[in-house]
Design a protein around this ligand. Structure first.
Ligand SMILES: C[S@@+](CC[C@H](N)C(=O)[O-])C[C@H]1O[C@@H](n2cnc3c(N)ncnc32)[C@H](O)[C@@H]1O
Length: 197
C-alpha cells in the first residue's frame, strides 16, 4: 500500500470519545502515524507491538501494511474504540487490555511502535520507553523535546542505540475540550532505536 493511501485510510479512524487527561489521550495525526508505520514496514519489520494504542491509529496502520500487530491499552473505553476502528478498516489485531507496567509478552517483537505519554518527569513516560527497549529489537517512538539525554542513558543501559531522531510538529488540543478548535503546535521527535545485539 502506498503511503498516501495509508494516510487516507487512517484519516477514517474514529477519535477518542471522551479523552482522559491523566492518560494523555490524544491521537497521533494520520500523516505522522502513516510515516511511522510505513518506515517501520520498509525497514523489514513484520511482528510489531503498539504500546498505549489508544484509538488504534498506529496499530491499524501497521495491520493495513500487512504486519502482525499486538496492541496494548489500559483504558477499556479507548480499547473499544480501537476494536471498532480495526473492524471498520477490516484488519485483525491482537488487542490486550493491560497496564504497560504489568505487561510481559510471550512473543519477541521486531519493533515497538508507540506514541507514549510524554511526561518524562513521571514514571509513566519512562516506563513505556523502558518496556519498549526491553521487548523490541527496534523502537519507533515519539517523545517531547529534550528527551534525548534520558533516552541515551536508557539505551546504553538496555543495549540499544539511537539510529534516527527526526523532528515533527503536531497539533495538540490546548485543552482536552475537543469541542473547541484550539490546537497548539507542539514540536516532538520521532526516535528510532536499534538493539546492539
Ligand atoms: C498519547 S496517547 C497515544 C494513543 C495512540 N497510540 C495514538 O498514537 O494515537 C497515549 C495512550 O497511552 C495510554 N496509556 C497511558 N498510560 C498507560 C499505561 N500505563 N498502560 C497502557 N496504556 C497507557 C493512554 O490511555 C493513551 O491511549
Amino acid at each position: 500500500m502506498k503511503k498516501a493511501h495509508l494516510t487516507r485510510k487512517l484519516s477514517e479512524i474514529q477519535a477518542f470519545e471522551s479523552p482522559r487527561v491523566e492518560l494523555e489521550q490524544y491521537q497521533t495525526p494520520p500523516q505522522l502515524a502513516a510515516d511511522i508505520v510505513y518506515t517501520c514496514y520498509m525497514q523489514g519489520n513484520r511482528e510489531v507491538i503498539d504500546l498505549g494504542t489508544g484509538t488504534g491509529i498506529i496499530a491499524v496502520g501497521a495491520a493495513l501494511m500487512g504486519m502482525n500487530v499486538t496492541a496494548v491499552e489500559v483504558d477499556r473505553k479507548a480499547l473499544q474504540t480501537a476494536r471498532e476502528n480495526a473492524e471498520s478498516l477490516d484488519v485483525d489485531i491482537d488487542f490486550v487490555e493491560k497496564d504497560v507496567s504489568n505487561y510481559s509478552p510471550e512473543k519477541v517483537f521486531d519493533a515497538v511502535l508507540m506514541n507514549p505519554p510524554f511526561n518524562v518527569q513521571s514514571d509513566e513516560g519512562l516506563l513505556f520507553w523502558r518496556k519498549a527497549l526491553e521487548i523490541g529489537d527496534s523502537v519507533y517512538g515519539l517523545a517531547g523535546k529534550g528527551f534525548k539525554p534520558r533516552l541515551k542513558r536508557l539505551c546504553s543501559e538496555l543495549n540499544h542505540r539511537i539510529a534516527v531522531c527526526e523532528a515533527y510538529t503536531i497539533g495538540l488540543p490546548s485543552s482536552y475540550d475537543f469541542h473547541t478548535e484550539s490546537v497548539k503546535d507542539t514540536p516532538v521527535d520521532l526516535y528510532v532505536t536499534e538493539s546492539k545485539k
